[in-house]
Design a protein around this ligand. Sequence first.
Ligand SMILES: Cc1cc2nc3c(=O)[nH]c(=O)nc-3n(C[C@H](O)[C@H](O)[C@H](O)COP(=O)(O)OP(=O)(O)OC[C@H]3O[C@@H](n4cnc5c(N)ncnc54)[C@H](O)[C@@H]3O)c2cc1C
Length: 359
Amino acid sequence: MKVAIMGAGLSGLACAIRLEQLGIYPDIFEKRGSIGDRFVNGEVLLTIFSRPVRDEISYLADQYQIYLHPTGHIGEFIIHSEHEQAKLSGHLGFSNIRGRHENSFENQLGRQVKSNIHYHSEHTYEELVRDYTHVIVATGDAEYASEMRNFEVDLTVTLKGATVEGDFSRYCVMCWLDDRYAPKGYGYLIPYSETEANLVIAFPDELHSTPDSGDEKWKLFYERVCSDLGQNFKITDHFEVNNYMIGQCNEPRIGNSLFTGNCLGTIMPLFGFGQFPAMLSGIYAAEDLCGLGSYIETTKEIRESYQNSMILRKWYEKMNNSQKDKLVKKMNGYWGEKLLTTQMDVLKIISRFLRWGGK
Ligand SMILES: Cc1cc2nc3c(=O)[nH]c(=O)nc-3n(C[C@H](O)[C@H](O)[C@H](O)COP(=O)(O)OP(=O)(O)OC[C@H]3O[C@@H](n4cnc5c(N)ncnc54)[C@H](O)[C@@H]3O)c2cc1C
């Protein structure tokens, strides 16, 4: 068996580590000059989005000997709406860094890989399919899957963010739900350390309308966060991602090509969480090649979560600011904490209820 992995991101590297554990050394092809060679940004793993797994970091370590060190565990999560605020405490998840930072998740995974990584790769999928017995398509975008007519895009998103300097608690993550600067979307603050954080707005692109640079929205958001935290943040870096595709492939495996990570459809439409399912999909792809379970079967749960998340997104998109205020008010304290820390897969339950209610 001769395996090529296209893309040295979360799903591609997780796949390589699992393959190596099972005795196969793939060739990895990465188009960039090094792992994670892009803007630095903060991301989170929220346990509510990974049920039934309650702790993604220990799950990856215990089940698959994949070791990741997050920036911090999230002990407090503050949700702001236009007029309300909910403060939730408990073990709610982890924050981590992505991109060219030496401790980014992809760099941590990269240090656990022994196989050859070919950087600045210009190899096309067609060449890899010809030269290898199996190809893992882990490119983090749906380009190849789309070209092969194997991907349905449900929405595209603009993400506009900055690295800011200020005073932060690395154990506290915040989000803002307010249509004025993130229509149908959200804004968030994820600390990298006590002095640096990532400040981002993410909102879906409107179909058939002229693209919005988001500059005005970003300015409003920045002012709101400065005012809420009583600080004037210094911006040291910024990034923008346009047309970030959220969708699902039709077939997780076509012949001997397996689609992982965002190419499979691991980015959840509600709030864009995708790191954990991306890594799992890479692991499942490796196990399929080694006869440890059909990829179509093992990814079923991820694909179902995607559908549930899409239902929740549609429900969320219908909410105006005063409804968001009501929701956030209800979430403050006991019920919010129960929702975020319960063992149950609450998102699955709520989406089933919405699906049933919508009939
Ligand atoms: C700004 C932003 C914020 C996010 N925040 C969160 C969050 O807080 N929590 C969360 O869970 N998820 C979040 N996500 C989603 C998460 O980052 C992705 O779901 C995850 O990285 C997908 O992993 P992947 O393996 O599919 O792709 P990636 O990790 O992006 O890796 C793809 C790799 O393939 C390479 N590549 C691309 N094309 C080619 C090619 N033709 N040949 C070779 N190599 C190629 C790329 O250079 C890259 O290294 C966020 C995404 C963005 C953009």
